[in-house]
Design a protein around this ligand. Sequence first.
Ligand code: PAF
Length: 285
Amino acid sequence: MITVHDKAALRSWISLCRQQGQRIGLAPTMGNLHAGHLRLLEKLRPHCDRIVCSIFVNPTQFAAHEDFGSYPRTLEADQIKLEQAGCDLVFAPSANVMYNGHTDQLTRVVVRNMENLLCGASRPGHFQGVATVVSKLFNLVQPDVACFGEKDFQQLSLLRQMTLDLDFPITIVSCPTEREADGLAMSSRNQYLSPEERQRAPMLYRTLQQMRDAILQGNRDYRMLETAATGLLDKSGFVTDYFSIADANTLQPAESTTSDLLVAVAARLGSTRLIDNLTLCNKKA
Ligand code: PAF
C-alpha cells in the first residue's frame, strides 16, 4: 500500500492502473477509521481490482462553530488498518492541495431539494461541502465504483443524485451501518461522549426501533410518532435536532401511502451530535 499526498502522484498511479485495465474502487473518508469504514473496503472488493481510500477532513463541510479543528486526525493508525484491510492507495491531501490554495473556491456543487432538509436544516452549507469534495475526488480518482455508508443516509441519497445528474460513470454501492454491541452506530464522534453519555447513547437506536415497530404494527400517524420519539429522547437527556419519518427516495416527510420509509434522527448528547436511521418497506400502506 502506498500513501500519496498530492494530485500528480495520485493521477500517475491511477493512469498506470488504467493501462493495466484495472477497475478502481474508492472509499472516501475523513479518517479516524473504525470497523464501519473498513466495511466500505470489504464492500468494494468484489467490484474492483484496486482500492483507493481518501482521508481528508474536509473544511468546507464544517460550519465555523463545528468540530473541524478538533476532529480526530490519526493518519498513522489509519494507514495500518487500511494496509491490513487490503487497501492499495491512500490519498491524504492537505486542504491546500485539495483546494488549490483556497478553500473558498468559486465553484460549489449543489444538489437542490436534498440539501436543506433533515441534517441540512441545522447544518447550512454542509452538503454543498460534501458534494463539492466528493465531485473533486471522483474527478481525481475516476473510480468505477465508490462506496458510502448508510449511517449518513442523506449524504448517500444526495451523492447518488449528484452522480446521476452530473453523469459520473461511477456505480455507487452502499454499506449497512456498523453497530457496537449495544446498538450504537459506529462513528468517529462517539469518542467525544463522556462515559455517562456513552451509556445513554444507545437510546437513539432503541427509539428508532420502537418507532419502526409501531409502523410495522400499522401505525400511520407519522407526525404523532415523530413527536412521541422526540419526547422520549428529550426526556433521556438528548436535545433532538429532528426525528423524521420520511420517504426514503425523496427524503420528504412520509405520507400514509409512502412505501419506502426512512426513520432518521439527529440529536445532541452534551456537545456531541449523533445521527442514525433505519429504513423499512411499508408494502401494505
Ligand atoms: O462521510 C464522510 O466521511 C464525508 O462526508 C465524506 C464523504 C468523506 C466527504 O468528506
